[in-house]
Design a protein around this ligand. Structure first.
Ligand code: ME8
Length: 523
């Protein structure tokens, strides 16, 4: 018996699915950009990737927004979901699947997981009463609310208005999962990241879990509970199941499926509890394998404040991309804040990043070295000849980048990967300035060739490695180096993929333009 070729490694990951009840903002853009960078990194590193994103379209919040707009919920979400998809496209995100929870395939998945949880004895009918927040789609105990001066109540945790509600609905036996969840966090310490989030979740679970209301009867915009007309599923049961739908569940996502369990759910810090408590409990109840990791990234603030329509400081990702270009927005988002910590959008900070890191450090180095090659080396990759110690040291630094980046990717330290890459760019600038190839043109042309070759080769490594972060510009850089499409993966880094002397190069063109501030209008 002969074994077939061993299957390629897989990596599956998702963003949260956004509520399409408003326009996407920079926080939504941040999440999909970061997830796209992780997805692209793995694709370039030889994995078969499934990267999903989408919209979470049910629930009272959406139903109310639609009725305010005077249209049916379905018409409403058709319009608003399209904006989220357009945003992900505009941000250059190469997702494999854009899931909408209103798709028939998703109804089938949500009803299938429900049936499995019910068959396991974890769903029962009861009367539920409590303070309900429409905004959060969640019940609170009285102790979790506070009385306002006007007699109304608000949730303490989220400061949203709550009203008293009583309904007969289905409950999920979450209380039965406390020990299994704590065991999961202990045995699989990387299940929740970053560490601070794990500690928060573990203490929440340790404090005791109550059964969770998982159906609603006060509105109908949701996935129907199987065999129980009048009940729709709690939006989070429906929403979390999207991660199974995209892998083909219930038809194909068997436990041996290629993409389930997912390797990573990327979400914001405000919804870690749903992903690290409810979601694994639902999956355990349904007898399905658990995702390997849930990572709660930080929030993007606008000039230090939470973005809100009333403050008028909402940053529109489309505007940003139009003003600065997609790559600059992506670079800024991923470089400015450690992934997992909060970031701050600031107009001046993005301009500084564009001009210093992109235009000066990398853009200028490429422009200067490629122009010299165009003029002095017959517009072809120069002959490296015998490399000197300084050249070899430079190449060694560039060659070491891939493994460092892989190591940092294991911790999702996206900002640190960029910092490492730019440390090599800085070193290349020092090397180039120190070797003064423009002086060698007459005195020692062979040496000039070696220096230019080394510089181009360093830029090749950098360009390959920055593809996940700034895909468009990286592609242009690789075009300028005449690197063929099939030699742009991480496998081509290092010795094996070195530039070949004599390869003709196209005319150099700037890849990272400086951002010139528009002149202030005359007073
Ligand atoms: O929570 N900065 O949807 P959502 C960074 N439908 N990230 C932010 C952010 C900000 N300012 N504001 C929001 C939901 N996010 C649910 C998810 S998943 C099964 C269901 C993040 O539209 C937020 O943390 O409110 C979440 O990960 C995502 O954007 C969508 O938020």
């Amino acid at each position: 018996m002969t074994d077939g070729p061993s299957p390629r490694k897989t990596f599956s990951l998702s963003t949260a699915i956004s509520y399409p009840n408003g326009a996407p903002h920079i926080g939504h853009a941040y999440e999909v950009i970061a997830t796209d960078a992780i997805a692209r990194f793995h694709r370039l590193d030889g994995y078969d990737v499934l990267f999903s994103t989408g919209t979470d379209e049910h629930g009272l919040k959406i139903q109310q927004a639609a009725s305010k707009a005077g249209i049916s919920p379905r018409d409403y979400v058709d319009g608003t979901s399209a904006k989220f998809r357009a945003m992900a496209d505009r941000m250059g995100c190469a997702y494999d699947r854009f899931i909408r929870t209103t798709e028939p395939a998703h109804y089938a998945a949500a009803q299938a997981i429900w049936r499995r949880m019910e068959a396991n004895g974890d769903i029962y009918l009861d009367t539920y009463a409590g303070w309900y927040s429409v905004r959060d789609e969640a019940y609170y105990d009285e102790a979790e609310t506070r009385l306002m001066e006007d007699g109304s109540r608000r949730s303490i945790a989220t400061d949203t208005p709550v009203t008293w509600m009583e309904e007969e609905n289905f409950l999920f036996r979450l209380s039965a999962y406390q020990d299994r969840l704590l065991k999961l966090y202990e045995e699989q310490p990387t299940f929740i990241g970053p560490d601070t989030r794990r500690n928060e979740v573990a203490s929440f679970v340790r404090a005791g879990l109550k059964d969770l209301s998982v159906s609603r009867t006060n509105f109908d915009w949701g996935v129907p509970v199987p065999e129980h007309p009048g009940h729709v599923m709690y939006v989070w049961v429906d929403a979390l199941t999207n991660y199974l739908t995209v892998t083909g569940f219930p038809d194909e996502a068997d436990p041996n499926g290629r993409f389930w369990p997912m390797d990573l759910h990327v979400i914001g810090k405000d919804i870690v509890r749903f992903h690290a408590v409810y979601w694994p409990a639902f999956l355990m109840a349904a007898g399905l394998p658990l995702p390997k990791r849930v990572f709660g990234h930080g929030f993007f603030l606008s000039k230090g404040e939470k973005m809100s329509k009333s403050l008028g400081n909402v940053v529109d990702p489309f505007d940003l991309a139009d003003t600065f270009g997609v790559d600059a927005v992506r670079y800024f988002c991923l470089r400015e804040a450690p992934f997992g910590g909060d970031g701050n959008y600031d107009h001046n900070a993005i301009i500084t990043r564009i001009n210093a890191d992109l235009a000066n450090d990398l853009g200028n180095l490429a422009q200067r070295s490629l122009s010299m090659v165009a003029k002095n080396c017959e517009a072809a990759v120069p002959e490296p000849g015998d490399l000197a110690e300084a050249d070899r040291a430079m190449l060694a630094q560039a060659d070491a980048l891939a493994d460092r980046a892989r190591g940092l990717m294991k911790d999702l330290a996206l900002h640190a990967i960029l910092a490492e890459i730019w440390a090599v760019v800085a070193e290349a600038n020092r090397y180039f300035a120190g070797q003064e190839p423009w002086k060698l043109r007459k005195s020692d042309p062979a040496r000039m060739n070696a220096v230019l070759y080394t510089t181009l080769e360093t830029i090749r490594s950098v360009a390959i490695l920055v593809q996940p972060f700034v895909p468009e510009a990286a592609g242009k850089l690789l075009d300028l180096l005449a690197v063929p499409a099939d030699a742009r993966s991480f496998a081509a880094l290092g010795e094996g993929g070195r530039l070949k002397a004599g390869t003709p190069l196209p005319a150099p063109a700037p890849v990272f333009p400086r951002f010139e501030r528009p002149e202030a209008p005359a007073a």
